[in-house]
Design a binder for this molecule. Structure first.
Ligand code: LLP
Length: 426
């Protein structure tokens, strides 16, 4: 996070609070959210995209306090399940600023979205178009929809988080003609209000050329729809996926750079196709919340495998951060509770779960005197860590603490063993 410093005692401080105090008050592991950092990232996106809509992708991390923060900063919100929708609504997010995603929205979820009056639904299959059409007829409403287009772009990211190549479950294929047919079906039936097209090419992307190719392809489809039906769709959503720096080797673009490139390609492509420039929106999740959070762990054991490697075990692991095990993601770690002048030691930070893939940070230099009781901070854990946390090995999920101006506020409490037991029947 942006407001991290080292105090006189050598301990890391965030927003003026020592990690030692945070650990003493809330326990470890704990996700620490630097609220000013999160808000400033929202503002950076708003400033870079002032006439566009910025939808925060709630799947990255969602709780009521964060919904309120992003709403106050003028963002919109992308949800993709009934649970995310319920969280957004219960935090008071204006429904017209919510977009509803998902490749398998149930009848119940779609009904709830219509009853709440969400601003738009991004339709993902012919089945869904039929489902939504029936629900809209029943209710006598005309929901606004976007068609999610699979643009066939190979985003250079991990296979599991790339979403726009042909052979995957999301969206309507552009190449196969399904995307055009979906748009025609909606326009011809006239029950849903087709506002525009949507594409999302993947996540943790650094090379903006993927967005350029996808913008070009969806705008060509937009022109095809205009030529076939005489309708110019007023909106275009280019999705999220903007990469963040997990380690010093990553070099992400700024929101300003992104905005410039996206606008330029959209403007020039619209000129080529003789289209009015549509109202743009984007859906960043990771880039808003990822860097604003670090996880604070306590070291429990240190095991030196003679000459091979040193294993530093912390009191969490793959249950609070599955990304290293699942995507081979890279993180860094810092000794946070004190300064040390000891030699750097190549260490692996691992968790307390019962499998050897339970790795938080694969390789990191930590001071050779790292020992039980030390606090270790792992930065960049705001996105897809708490939201993908599990109870593997019956480990209760850690709390989220928001820090701001020297104050710490619990925004998601720690799960307890009673919480876990409460689900057992019998
Ligand atoms: N819009 C849509 C339609 C999406 O599917 C996603 C992410 C986003 C926006 C936000 O993407 P972001 O800006 O956060 O990259 N669990 C994986 C990431 C999965 C992303 C799923 N969709 C991870 O931990 O890397």
């Amino acid at each position: 996070p942006r407001s991290v410093t080292r105090g006189a005692d050598g301990a890391v401080a965030v927003a003026g609070l020592s990690v030692r105090d945070i650990a003493a008050e809330f326990g470890t592991p704990v996700y620490v959210l630097d609220e000013a950092d999160l808000r400033s990232r929202c503002r950076d996106f708003r400033a870079a995209f002032p006439t566009e809509d910025v939808y925060y992708a709630g799947k990255a991390f969602l709780c009521r306090a964060v919904v309120r923060m992003i709403a106050e900063e003028g963002l919109h919100l992308d949800v993709c399940t009934g649970g995310e929708l319920a969280t957004a609504l219960s935090a008071g997010m204006p429904p017209e600023r919510i977009g509803f995603h998902g490749n398998n929205k149930s009848v119940a979820e779609l009904g709830r979205a219509l009853d709440a009056g969400v601003g738009r639904i991004i339709v993902d299959s012919f089945t869904e178009i039929d489902r939504l059409t029936a629900l809209a007829r029943e209710r006598g409403v005309r929901p606004r929809v976007l068609v999610r287009v699979t643009v066939g772009v190979e985003a250079h990211t991990h296979e599991f988080i790339a979403t726009a190549h042909e052979d995957q479950k999301f969206g309507f294929s552009l190449a196969g003609g399904a995307a055009a047919n979906a748009a025609f079906k909606i326009l011809d039936e006239g029950v849903l209000e087709l506002r525009g097209l949507h594409s999302h090419i993947g996540s943790q992307i650094f090379d903006a050329s993927g967005f350029e190719v996808s913008a070009r392809r969806v705008l060509a489809l937009q022109a095809q729809i205009r030529d076939a039906r005489g309708v110019e769709l007023p909106e275009l959503d280019l999705g999220g996926g903007f990469g963040i720096a997990y380690t010093t080797q990553d070099d992400p673009a700024t929101p300003q750079d992104l905005a410039k490139r996206l606008r330029k390609i959209v403007d020039s492509e619209c000129a080529v196709e003789n289209l009015a420039v549509p109202h743009l929106s984007i859906e960043p999740g990771r880039a808003i919340v990822g860097p604003a959070v670090f996880t604070l762990y306590e070291v429990g054991t240190v095991k030196d495998l003679d000459g091979l490697r040193t294993y530093v075990s912390v009191d969490g692991g793959m249950s609070d951060n599955i990304r290293t095990a699942l995507y081979d993601a890279s993180y860094s770690a810092t000794l946070a509770s004190r300064a040390s002048t000891a030699q750097p030691l190549l260490a692996r930070v691992v968790g307390k779960h019962c499998e050897s893939g339970d790795i938080v940070v694969k390789d990191e230099f930590l001071p050779a005197d790292v020992q039980p009781g030390d606090l270790v901070a792992v930065p960049g854990t705001g996105a897809y860590c708490r939201s993908m946390a599990s109870n593997y090995n019956h480990v209760p999920r850690p709390p989220v603490v928001a820090v701001c101006d020297g104050q710490a506020r619990l925004i998601v409490r720690r799960e307890t063993e009673e919480d876990l037991l409460a689900l057992d029947v019998g």
